[in-house]
Design a protein around this ligand. Structure first.
Ligand SMILES: Cc1cc2nc3c(=O)[nH]c(=O)nc-3n(C[C@H](O)[C@H](O)[C@H](O)COP(=O)(O)OP(=O)(O)OC[C@H]3O[C@@H](n4cnc5c(N)ncnc54)[C@H](O)[C@@H]3O)c2cc1C
Length: 388
């Protein structure tokens, strides 16, 4: 298994490292101390835009080439999260729904919804809303209803924990035509900000990752035109083939795993820095903790890169993707915990980086499929059962 990267890739990681040191870590610490997401007009977003964030991959040959290199994307995801994973998600851009729009959107939808992200005049956001107060892991249980009404659709329901929702130009809302029919009855709709019946938005209070907004909101008789159904009506006649294609490889969960590796590595470096400054490196028990952190972080990175390599080869990686996420999220938490132990009282203070990393790390086991769900997927695959 060759996980080496070329000089151009190394340069991109170095550039991100400098950006992370100068802009990302300070913005993340500030948001954490103030207990609120980075405000929309914050100077961080100007710096992020200058660094190239906020733009869509749609129609960009250079970006498309980069996207096919999952390993590269994973190393960048690790590096960003090393400096602050919450800030990474706060970045402007079409984020989570971008891939769905590129893969399933009609030409008009790509133009209308991704067009403004080609050369954005200001920081712009978009988001994907799946989770509901009664439907998290079990996404088939969502209750937000979509009802055909003349030439449009009426949406009613409630969503929670949706990243950057109140600042998004549009939200891709997952809804069901019939809650008794599971995933087959689900559709996604573009809901533009300001549409009557959308909101109000309430920012959730989170234990970590405070730099980005997670919001709950409701949809009350929200009317959208027929053109806002992702992919248009025609898409649903050829859905089965698409679903099969999506299930063969997965690039999303390894990104969360890479983020977790970044957090684990940050905890390791913080522990070494502290031990060096306090002349503790001569103690066996201090070195034991450092060794355990380093070993586990490296192990998690290897599993994560293997999942990425399989995605690059367009080979099935469901097991590896789930293994990478289940493992790396646990390792990040363990690494931050060992770091906290090593720093002792100094680490437990509310303004210590290590305690922030501990709070940030926990969320990596929850988002995009909890640890239990990943372990269930792995076990079902191992014994030859379908995913669910
Ligand atoms: C920081 C953060 C950001 C988020 N951002 C978004 C976002 O942008 N968009 C979005 O749509 N959602 C988002 N979410 C929601 C996230 O996807 C859900 O929290 C996640 O899917 C888990 O759902 P839940 O919280 O309802 O927990 P539940 O599904 O209720 O699970 C509770 C516990 O039960 C376990 N469990 C559930 N089912 C099973 C089972 N069958 N077998 C064994 N154990 C099980 C779970 O592992 C978990 O430990 C975010 C969440 C967080 C914390």
């Amino acid at each position: 298994m060759d996980f080496s990267v070329d000089d151009a890739a190394r340069e991109r990681i170095e550039a991100l490292r400098a950006f992370g040191r100068e802009h990302v870590r300070p913005a993340g610490l500030e948001a954490d101390r103030e207990g609120r997401p980075i405000p929309v007009g914050h100077a961080y977003f100007d710096a992020a835009m200058q660094h190239g964030y906020g733009r869509t991959r749609w129609g960009r040959e250079d970006a498309d080439a980069g996207a096919s290199n999952t390993r590269m994307a994973l190393l960048l995801a690790e590096e960003f999260a090393y400096w602050d994973r919450g800030v990474m998600i706060a970045n402007p851009g079409p984020s989570l729904p971008e891939q769905s729009v590129i893969g399933m959107g009609t030409d008009e939808q790509k133009e209308r919804y991704l067009g403004p992200f080609v050369a954005p005049d200001r920081p712009r956001w978009a988001c994907f809303a799946m989770t509901e107060p009664g439907a998290g892991s079990d996404a088939a249980a969502i209750q937000t209803r979509a009802r055909k009404d003349g030439d449009g659709w009426i949406l009613n329901g409630a969503k929670c924990f949706i990243g950057s929702a109140s600042r998004s130009d549009w939200i891709l809302v997952q809804a069901t035509l019939d809650p008794t029919k599971g995933r087959a009855a689900q559709r996604a709709f573009f809901v533009e900000q300001g549409t009557p019946g959308l909101g109000p938005f309430k920012t959730e209070k989170k234990m970590g990752l405070k730099a980005y907004e997670s919001a709950s909101f409701s949809l009350t008789d929200v009317r959208v035109p027929a053109a806002n159904l992702l992919g248009g009506e025609a898409r649903y006649e050829r859905k089965a083939g698409f679903k099969a294609a999506m299930q063969t490889f997965n690039a999303g969960r390894p990104v969360i795993a890479a983020n977790a590796v970044g957090i684990g590595r940050a905890a390791l470096d913080e522990a070494i820095r502290f031990a060096r400054e306090h002349d503790l490196l001569g103690r066996d028990r201090v070195r034991d903790r450092i060794e355990a952190m380093a070993r586990k972080v490296r192990m998690a990175r290897l599993v994560c890169l293997r999942a990425g390599q399989l995605a690059d080869l367009r080979r099935a990686n469901i097991q590896e993707a789930s293994m990478s996420k289940a493992l790396a999220a646990t390792v990040a938490l363990e690494s931050a915990s060992l770091g906290l132990e090593l720093l002792g009282a100094a680490g437990a203070r509310g303004d210590a980086l290590i305690e922030k990393l501990y709070r940030d790390a926990k969320a990596m086991d929850i988002v995009e499929g909890t640890g239990q769900i990943q372990r269930m997927i792995i076990a079902r695959q191992l014994v030859g059962l379908p995913r669910n």
